[in-house]
Design a protein around this ligand. Sequence first.
Ligand code: AP5
Ligand code: MG
Length: 221
Amino acid sequence: MELILLGPPGAGKGTQSKLLETRYGVAQISTGDMLRAEVKSGSAIGLEAKSIMDSGGLVSDALIIRMIGERIARPDCANGFILDGFPRTVPQAEALDELLHTTKVDLDGVIELKVDEAVLVARISGRFTCAKCGAGYHDLFKRPRHEGVCDVCGSGDFSRRPDDKAETVHARLEAYNAQTAPILPYYRAKGRLHSVDGMADMDAVEAQIEAVLRKIGVPAP
Ligand code: AP5
Ligand code: MG
């Protein structure tokens, strides 16, 4: 399965692509997670990306396209992949088409998670993750089963993203509307775009995505 999950910040791309990764045995590729790992390691890419990410803007297409080309070539993508947060501009979508053409891989589809802006802000401002294993939580919508203890790895160490501050969230939403939303007509024109109601609860969103996957011929695991 080769799938793109598209949607604004906080739409649930990370939440849903992690569920699909586990259920379908394909690699989740989050360009945001990759960039955060670069920032954490203090690499040259991380140094270039950090101030842009902290301001809510988009990192350069050239850097992202190179990063994705290398990532898709890794062995864990042989079974397929879910792209989370890429492509994010029309030039990135065009570069992906070229990359898939060269590697003779067919994109199954693009699933857009549609969520109202007020809900996005509430979701992002309540988000936190396990600092050890990366499991995602929310102050209101998804608390750990035992207060202060990660459900997945048992760690008590949690963190919040620096770009989840209110002023940066607005800049990220603007970047989505100005630079990423134009990808929607790009994929609609190719007959690849499917939209789901991302306002529903997490299980219901997952069920809608699986219904789309069945419709486009991806067999249930
Ligand atoms: P990135 O990490 O991709 O962030 P984003 O697109 O802003 O999206 P988020 O990760 O904030 O949201 P999400 O859709 O994954 O939602 P989540 O599942 O966490 O990018 C960060 C930055 O990196 C960018 O700003 C840019 O600078 C740079 N970058 C990355 N890729 C790039 C690219 N291709 N080109 C250029 N620059 C790039 O859910 C959010 C919260 O809501 C969670 O707490 C979750 O528990 C909760 N939630 C999820 N679903 C539901 C639901 N159905 N109901 C209730 N709560 C829910
Ligand atoms: Mg994410």
